[in-house]
Design a protein around this ligand. Sequence first.
Ligand code: KDG
Ligand code: MG
Length: 402
Amino acid sequence: MKITDARVIVTCPGRNFVTLKIETDEGLTGIGDGTLNGRELAVASYLTDHVIPCLIGRDPHRIEDTWQYLYRGAYWRRGPVTMSAIAAVDTALWDIKAKAAGLPLYQLLGGASRTGVMVYGHANGADIEAAADEVAHYIELGYKAIRAQCGIPGLPSTYGVSKDKMFYEPADADLPTENIWSTSKYLDHVPKLFETLRDRFGWDHHLLHDAHHRLTPIEAGRLGKSLEPYRLFWLEDAVPTENQEGFRIVRQHTTQPLAVGEIFNTIWDAKTLIEEQLIDYIRATVVHAGGITHLRRIADFAGLHHVRTGCHGATDLSPVCMGAALHFDLWVPNFGVQEYMRHTEATDAVFPHAYSFAGGYMHPGDTPGHGVEIDEALAAKYPYSRAFLPVNRLEDGTMWNW
Ligand code: KDG
Ligand code: MG
C-alpha cells in the first residue's frame, strides 16, 4: 500500500479543530487530530508545508518508521506544534492499519484489558452551591468520577467555571481575555467546596480538581494537605512542570494523589516525574504527545513506576483524539481514568463516531479503525475563526500562569 494524498481540514463547529486525512492507493483513508488550542494554524502549516510532502509514496503500514522519520528527521525535536503534527500522522496511520486488518484499533494494541473506560465529567458553578448542584447532575447521568471547580469570592472569573453549564470553553475571544488571579483567595476557598461535596454526596464517587498550573510547590503542598480529608482521586496541575524537581516538595508535604501532563509533548517532559515517582497519574494524550506510538511508550515507562494514565479529554481535543484515546485506554494495562467533557452537537455531527457512554464508562466501539470519521461537506460550512486562550494577571497586574 502507498500514501497517495494527504490534506489538512480546519473546521470550526463552535470551536476550531485541525484534522489530517491520509489517502492510499487501495482506497483506505485514515484521519488524525492535530488541534492545538489557540495555535491551530501553526500545526496546519507545519503539516501542509513540511510533513505532507514527505508522506506521499510512503507505505502507511510503516508507522514506527514514519514516526521516527518525522521526529528524528526534522532535526528540531519536540514542542507542541511538531508533536501535534506527528500525532495527526500517527493517528491516521493507525486508523488505516486497523481498517486494513478489519479490526478496531484496540485489538492491534493487544486487545481489551477491561470492559469499559471510566471517565470523569466536569461539574462547575459560580459558587459552591451551584457546583454541588452540577455534581448532583453528573451523578444522575451515571458518572463514577467527577471533577469539581467553582468560582472564588473576590475573583471576577476563574479557570474551569463556564458561562453555560455543559461546554466550558476557555478560548473565548479573538484576542486573549485577561483574567485576575489570587492564590490566597483560592487556597482558602477550595477545601470548603470539597467539604460540602462530601457532606452532601458521601464517599461513593471519585472527586477530582484542577489547580491549572497556578501554585508554587509549597502552596501545592498546603492545598494537597488541606484536601486530604476529602480523599480526592487526584489534584491536577498544581504546579507548572518546566522544573520537574519542584514536585519533590509537593510530594514531601501531601499524600494527595497528583496528576500532571496535559501539556506534555514527549516522555522527556515527564522523565524525572515518573522515574522518581513524584506523580500518580500522567495526563498526556494522543494529540499532543506524538500519537498512539509515543503515548504507548510513555505509558509503559509510567507503568514501571506505579504511575497510571489519565488522558486529557477537554473539548479542544477533537472527537478524533477522543476515539483514538478510548482505544488506547481500553488496552493500556496501567489505566487510571479518562477525561470526557462532551462535545457540542455541531461538533459531533462533523465527526460521526463509534464511541459511546453508558453508566460512567465509555467504549470505543468495534468499527474497524479508530471509529471516527469526518463529514467534509459539513466541516466546510464552519470556517476557521481565530480564538485565543485567556491570560492571567495577579491583582497587582503581574503576569501569571493561566
Ligand atoms: O486548551 C486548554 C484546555 O485543554 C485545558 O485548559 C483544559 O485543563 C484542562 C483540563 O484539565 O481539561
Ligand atoms: Mg487540566
